[in-house]
Design a protein around this ligand. Structure first.
Ligand SMILES: NC(=O)c1ccc[n+]([C@@H]2O[C@H](COP(=O)([O-])OP(=O)(O)OC[C@H]3O[C@@H](n4cnc5c(N)ncnc54)[C@H](OP(=O)(O)O)[C@@H]3O)[C@@H](O)[C@H]2O)c1
Length: 191
């Protein structure tokens, strides 16, 4: 990363981690969350409901987009990158690397290659790249993150805490969107 990589949206931990790594962060949120992400460290905030982020970033391309939306947002994100930049998506089109990560066979890899071909082709034409990231818990990474929380570098943002028997409700809330930070399910609601 150089001095101006940008985070793609207002997911609280992404904004804080990107700032910690020295990035200049541009982020998309709805108006009600603008002040919140500024407090977390975002340098520039774009309301995706009223503003076109491609137009806003024209002439000021970024190094990295973290895309949690997929679809049209991914395609548009390719156009805000400087040459050599990367869009990392977690909700859109999986690419063949996912097959390697998941230990899947050649057939799955071929299928993912075909599925992501239009997007990868578009990226190549623009001189940028697209990667799908499948997040999986890794002990060392989690220890590093826990350390950053202990040092006060990262502030965990918890929207609400629900008891284990309300897991279905918790999932519903996450899927409905609009939560600010994490929805936590606990087996110890008394704590
Ligand atoms: N690949 C993996 O391993 C993995 C792991 C975890 C999650 N996921 C997937 O990743 C997705 C992320 O969901 P999330 O709950 O973190 O995010 P989200 O609720 O969809 O939104 C994240 C941020 O993006 C903003 N946003 C919403 N719609 C937007 C749009 N059209 N254009 C630009 N910005 C927009 C939101 O602003 P507002 O809140 O102000 O609207 C919020 O700041 C889910 O689909 C989930 O299934 C994938």
């Amino acid at each position: 990363m150089n001095s101006t990589p940008r985070s793609g949206n207002g997911e609280p931990s992404q904004v804080q981690l990107a700032k910690h790594l020295g990035a200049s962060v541009v982020t998309t949120v709805s108006a009600g969350n603008a002040e919140f992400v500024r407090e977390l460290g975002a340098d520039e905030v774009i309301d995706y409901r009223t503003d076109d982020f491609v137009a806003r970033l024209a002439g000021n391309p970024v190094d990295l987009v973290l895309d949690t939306q997929g679809g049209d947002t991914t395609t548009k994100s390719l156009r805000v990158l400087r040459p050599g930049g990367t869009v990392i998506g977690i909700a859109g089109t999986p690419d063949p690397h996912l097959a390697d990560q998941a230990g899947a066979g050649k057939l799955v890899k071929l299928a993912l290659a075909a599925l992501s071909l239009p997007l990868r082709r578009r990226a190549r034409k623009l001189g940028v790249s697209y990667r799908f990231l499948f997040i999986h818990p890794a002990g060392q990474a989690l220890r590093t993150i826990a350390g950053l929380v202990d040092q006060g570098v990262l502030r965990p943002v918890v929207d609400r805490v629900l008891p284990f028997d309300e897991t279905r409700e918790a999932l519903k809330q996450v899927l409905a969107g609009g939560t600010r930070g994490k929805v936590v399910v606990t087996t110890r609601p008394d704590r």
